[in-house]
Design a protein around this ligand. Structure first.
Ligand code: GLU
Length: 467
């Protein structure tokens, strides 16, 4: 048997990290078993589905590298097929037309609530076996009335539902459109899905879907219902808690490796290992070890992982992601140091790519003017001679490296018997307009020799002429 899993988001909003974790687990399960991972967009709810949301799903999955082996499929392209199975169901007596009016259903509901019974359809039309009438109707599934459905859930263990508790659910609305539970059943069957991994908010749908699959004569897939992700206050993770959409995490400067590593560990463990490469996840991930109980999202831990990956991934890989942030900040990176050099210089000092891009700005922007306070304090007569001295020494460097720059700085300090800040601060102001920059040798190195010499010259002129 070839393992086939699917991720089946409804494109009605952003791609939530909870959904991403479901996708990741499905993806890993397929990889671990040399299987296939399918992406299926469940867009039949035309009022709530949007193209922007479809795009956010595709972009999010691409950014994370969770490539689908098949798809994206779109349920809106399968309407003919749903109709075909619906007709089969009706012909075989697995479903029936229900002509009950809204008023009747409302009355029934009120009555049941009054009698302290669970509100449910009373199978009125099922028993009448009505001939087709020219009136509006919905189609209901003939749910078995006896027996039970046992789900051997890979995460929750055995979960039992009594058929007597399940409704004859509506599988096609009065406008003819199929409902969620029905389209999922048809697609899971047609796509030969062997393992359904999804959020445990779907657990009540599962017995209904299993009964329909059985009516179709197919063996239901295996199921794994994974718990929700909670916010730090124990409530379901939502916008109130901060970033929840995967693209927001991208914008905030997280690496996909960090987010994937964080999400795989959220509710699953392998001993006390914290760091997992994607290859390791594929080898080690076991759906049976996923926790039954919900886990809380911990931004600090995600940041820690992000820092880890910023420091340890190949610089070219980090630079590729940094490039996106530089673009967002509308920085032209051709005129400046290579992004790899920036990554190497700054990776130890930041927690996110966004911070890195922020710090890197100065290497790509022309120096417009000096911050007044900084200039009044550091671009003054006292600092002119040391600045001119370092300029000469830097000019003489052939091999422009952090080490050679550092040596030149040390020589000027010794020459004038200065402590580091007395030289570094005026240099910073000369380079960036203010006193904020990475360490001075790294700053000079990244700016490059021509710009450095030019800017020291300008600072010297400013000291002498005030302009
Ligand atoms: N489309 C459903 C949702 O986004 C998921 C369906 C499923 O996984 O069976 O909640």
């Amino acid at each position: 048997m070839t393992v086939r899993t699917r991720f089946a988001p409804s494109p009605t909003g952003h791609l939530h990290v909870g959904g991403v974790r479901t996708a990741l687990y499905s993806w890993l399960y397929a990889k671990r078993h040399d299987g296939q991972f399918i992406l299926r967009i469940e867009d039949t709810d035309r009022e709530r589905s949007t193209q922007a949301s479809v795009q956010a799903i595709l972009d999010g999955m691409a950014w994370l590298g969770l490539e689908a082996d098949e798809g994206p499929y779109y349920q809106t392209q399968h309407f003919d097929r749903y109709q075909e199975v619906l007709d089969q169901f009706l012909a075989a007596g697995h479903a029936y037309r229900c002509y009950c009016s809204k008023e009747r259903l409302e009355q029934l509901r009120e009555q049941q609530i009054e009698n302290k019974e669970k509100p449910r359809y009373d199978q009125h039309c099922r028993h009448l076996k009505l001939a087709h009438r020219d009136e509006p109707y919905v189609v209901r599934f003939n749910n078995p009335v006896e027996g039970e459905v046992l789900i051997k859930d890979m995460v929750l263990g055995d979960v039992v539902f009594q058929n007597a508790e399940l409704d004859d659910l509506i599988i096609a609305r009065s406008d003819g459109t199929p409902t969620y539970n029905f389209t999922v059943v048809v697609d899971d069957m047609d796509m030969k899905v062997t393992h359904v991994i999804r959020g445990n908010d779907h657990i009540n749908n599962t017995p209904r879907q299993i009964n329909m699959l059985k009516a179709l004569g197919v063996t239901p897939p295996e199921y794994a219902h994974i718990p929700m992700i909670l916010g730090s206050d124990g409530k379901r993770l939502s916008k109130r808690h901060g970033a929840v959409s995967v693209l927001q995490f991208k914008e905030e400067g997280y690496l996909p490796q960090a987010l994937l590593n964080y999400l795989v560990r959220l509710g699953w463990s392998h001993g006390d290992q914290e760091i997992f490469s994607l290859e390791e996840m594929c080898q080690l991930f076991d759906i049976h070890n996923v926790n039954k109980s919900a886990a809380a999202f911990d931004t600090e831990k995600l940041l820690w992982l992000n820092q880890h990956y910023l420091k340890t991934l190949p610089e070219a890989e980090v630079a590729r992601h940094l490039a996106w942030h530089m673009q967002q900040a509308e920085l032209e990176v051709d005129d400046g140091p290579s992004l790899e050099a920036v990554v190497l210089a700054l990776r130890e000092r930041v927690k996110t790519l966004k911070e890195m891009a922020e710090k890197a700005k100065i290497f790509y922007r022309p120096l417009a003017n000096y911050d007044e306070t900084a200039a009044n304090k550091f671009l003054i007569q006292d600092t002119l001679a040391p600045l001119m001295d370092i300029k000469q020494r830097l000019e003489a460097i052939d091999d422009w490296q952090v080490e050679t720059i550092k040596a030149a700085v040390q020589q000027t300090l010794a020459q004038f018997e200065l402590k580091m800040p007395k030289l570094a601060q005026p240099l910073r102001v000369a380079m960036t307009g203010n006193t904020i920059s990475p360490s001075i040798d790294v700053t000079l190195y990244l700016l490059g020799k021509p710009k450095v010499l030019n800017r020291i010259k300008s600072a010297g002129e400013f000291i002498q002429t005030g302009a």
